[in-house]
Design a protein around this ligand. Structure first.
Ligand SMILES: C[S@@+](CC[C@H](N)C(=O)[O-])C[C@H]1O[C@@H](n2cnc3c(N)ncnc32)[C@H](O)[C@@H]1O
Length: 254
């Protein structure tokens, strides 16, 4: 059975082949708007699990300084290349691990992003450690926003047929994806809104908001701008238990 290490190499292939960029060519419109609403341009943001930079680069273009943390070498290279090409080199700072981020820069960060399942790829213990590190690196109360897959809508068969043991109440499993002519495994955790709230509370974080990020799949929403606009409108009115991706905003203990 695939392990977290397979997830690492699976993502390397996903980014190296640029299949990720083809599948998700732009940021989720609603998630992006929520970042803009929370912090003003000029602020420092930390994009954790930044992928190929589909949030980091447009945010830097808007005038934010972005700390992009991404463990895939191929994805980090793509972020750095795009930043250089667009004249944003000084606005995007890439690191492999959260622990590698320069302490002074990290202390300036006003908001951390964990968009599109980054938290779900981590094990329970990794999530606990990541939240502790975010809190420790912050100069005051840390604010984190992000999104995870909704267990009511997704991975029904994987939860039963490809279950992995883990701590916590949210189910962990392997899903597969065809890339480069081969089957790749990804370890993942999906949540109900209640499980998400309970896990953050367990780790001592205040759950400020849990709501819908998208109703349709991220692929549809980010590949077709008309669907993207419509989904953002519908998502604002849809309770999180019916979402495709659940959006969260959490705050660390004071
Ligand atoms: C679905 S992608 C999301 C990327 C980006 N946030 C976005 O919205 O496009 C998930 C990301 O999580 C990262 N990742 C996977 N497992 C991880 C782990 N255990 N710890 C930290 N990051 C991980 C991957 O490298 C990948 O960039």
């Amino acid at each position: 059975m695939a392990s977290s290490d397979d997830t690492y190499s699976s993502y390397e292939t996903y980014f190296r082949t640029r299949k990720y960029a083809q599948r998700y060519p732009r940021p989720n419109r609603l998630a992006f708007a929520r970042v803009l609403r929370m912090v003003a341009p000029g602020a420092v943001l930390t994009d954790i699990g930044a992928g190929d930079g589909r949030y980091a680069i447009p945010l830097a273009e808007k005038g934010y300084t972005v700390i992009a943390v991404e463990r895939s070498d191929a994805a980090r290279a793509q972020i750095a290349d795009t930043a250089l090409r667009l004249g944003l080199k000084g606005k995007v700072h890439c690191f492999k691990e959260l622990e590698d981020v320069d302490a002074e820069l990290a202390a300036e960060s006003e908001l951390s992003l964990l968009f599109f399942g980054v938290l779900g790829h981590m094990t329970f213990k990794e999530r606990e450690a990541a939240l502790k590190t975010i809190q420790a690196m912050s100069s005051g109360q840390a604010n984190v926003i992000g999104s995870v897959p909704n267990t009511f809508r997704r991975y029904r068969s994987e939860r039963v047929n490809a279950k992995i043991e883990d701590f916590g109440s949210a189910p962990r499993f392997i899903y597969t994806h065809e890339l480069d002519g081969a089957t790749h495994g990804f370890a993942y955790t999906a949540y109900s809104p209640k499980q998400l709230r309970e896990e953050f509370t367990l780790h001592g974080w205040e759950c400020v908001e849990i709501k819908t990020e998208s109703v349709l799949s991220e692929r549809k929403v980010t590949r077709n701008p008309v669907i993207g606009v419509t989904d953002a409108l519908v998502s604002r009115l849809t309770p999180s238990r019916f979402s495709h991706a659940i959006f969260f905003h959490i705050r660390s203990p004071a």
